[in-house]
Each structure stands twice: as C-alpha cells, then as structure tokens.
Write a protein that binds this ligand. Structure first.
Ligand code: BEZ
Length: 226
C-alpha cells in the first residue's frame, strides 16, 4: 500500500491519545494491590508507567530502581503505578522474585492490563514494537489529573529515575513559583522568569534588574535565585 495512504489510514484508525495538558484518561483497573481508580488518586501526583513484560531483565532493573526510590516519590506527593499486559498472578510472582533476588519490596501497585484497556487509552502499545506488549511509556499526571509530561523509551533502554524526579521537581516548582526551569536544572538552582509579554513589562523588568537581583542574559532570558 502507498505509504501516504497507509499513514492516513493509521491516523484515522488510531484512538485519540492523551497529550500534555489533556485530562488524564480515567481508568478502573485490577492491580497487585486490588482495584484502582485513577479518580481515587486526585490530590496526588501520579507516575503511571508501562513496561513490556514481567520477568524480563531491563524491566526488573527498572522495578528495583523505582522501588528503591519510592520514598523520594512519596515525599513529592507522587503515587507510582506500574502497568503491563500480564496477569496479576504473573505480577505477584515477579514481585516475590524481585524481593528474593534483590531484597527489595515493590511498594506501589502494578496494573494487570490483560484486556489492554488502559494501555490502549494511553497509547502504550506501539504496534511495530509488539501488538500484545506495552513499550516503556511514562505519564506524569498532576494532582488535578492533568497530563503534564509524557516519556517514551525503547524496549532496550531502562529509564532514568533521576530524570523522572527532576521533571516532577521542575513541574511542582513551576506551579508554585510561576517560573520555568533551564536545561539540566536541579532544585536549588536559579529559575527562569517568564518572558515579558508587553513593552511596558519589558521596560519594568529592565528597570528592576539590579534591585531584584535578576541575572539577565538579555531582556527575554532572566534568571533569579530559587
Ligand atoms: C527487558 O525488559 O529486558 C526487555 C523487555 C522486552 C524487550 C526487550 C527487553
């Protein structure tokens, strides 16, 4: 089939996928900790992440890494939720194996998405990678249940937990202080002031630079202490 036609057909058939700023698609799902409704987590931030399969090497290292840092997520009011297209029995056996082999208890729920309802709703299945398994998708959902960040990693690359925490720190700082954060930012480092939107704002900023202690590279790029 013509590539353009195939792409157009795929686009018309593909479900609408959540994008940044969209309400997080609701779900009610079976997990290793009982039934879980996304709406029950309102008021908390949620990191919903899928993995391709239980008992696979890269996924195992990710679960050990997430579990070891679960406290750091909890301190940020974040609920971790895993997901794969495996049964709850498989998840339970795998978690037991992780505890035996690594001495780590996984304290967060894992969705057993056997009918792929949640995976499809969140666009976690990328057919060219596999039609019955999820890729490494990760959604950061805020305390008002809005999608704030989306990450996709290939099957062969384990995720970077530091980066997930860093994005959450950035988003929570942005919400609290109405600023933005620069490349490679970490908490405690200078933050970016929103660029002025009018000539009057621009002029006011230039007049305030010294007194306010801003560090301005130019009128549109000003940093202040955290
Ligand atoms: C893994 O977790 O090791 C893995 C899973 C699916 C495909 C490739 C690697």
């Amino acid at each position: 089939m013509d590539v353009l036609l195939e792409t157009a057909q795929a686009e018309t058939e593909a479900p609408a996928l959540p994008r940044i700023g969209d309400p997080a698609p609701p779900f009610e799902a079976k997990t290793t900790q009982g039934m879980l409704k996304l709406s029950d987590l309102a008021g908390k931030w949620v990191v919903l992440f899928s993995h391709p399969a239980d008992f696979t090497p890269v996924c195992t290292t990710e679960f050990v890494a997430f579990a070891r840092r679960a406290e750091e997520f909890a301190r940020r009011n974040v609920q971790l939720v895993g997901l794969s297209i495996d049964s709850v029995y498989s998840h339970l056996a795998w978690l037991r194996n992780i505890e035996e082999r690594f001495g780590v208890k996984v304290p967060f729920p894992i969705i057993a998405d056997l009918d792929m309802t949640v995976a499809r709703r969140y666009g976690m299945i990328h057919p060219k990678e596999g039609t019955t398994s999820t890729v490494r998708a990760l959604f950061i959902i805020d305390d008002r249940q809005v999608v704030r960040a989306i990450l996709y990693y290939p099957m062969s690359t384990g995720r970077n937990i530091d980066e997930v925490l860093r994005i959450i720190d950035s988003l929570q700082t942005v919400d609290r202080e109405k600023v933005a954060t620069p490349a490679d930012w970490h908490p405690g480092e200078p933050v970016i002031l929103p660029p002025p939107q009018t000539q009057a704002d621009l002029q006011a900023r230039l007049e305030r630079v010294e007194q306010a202690g801003y560090e301005c590279k130019d009128w549109y790029l000003c940093l202040r202490k955290a």
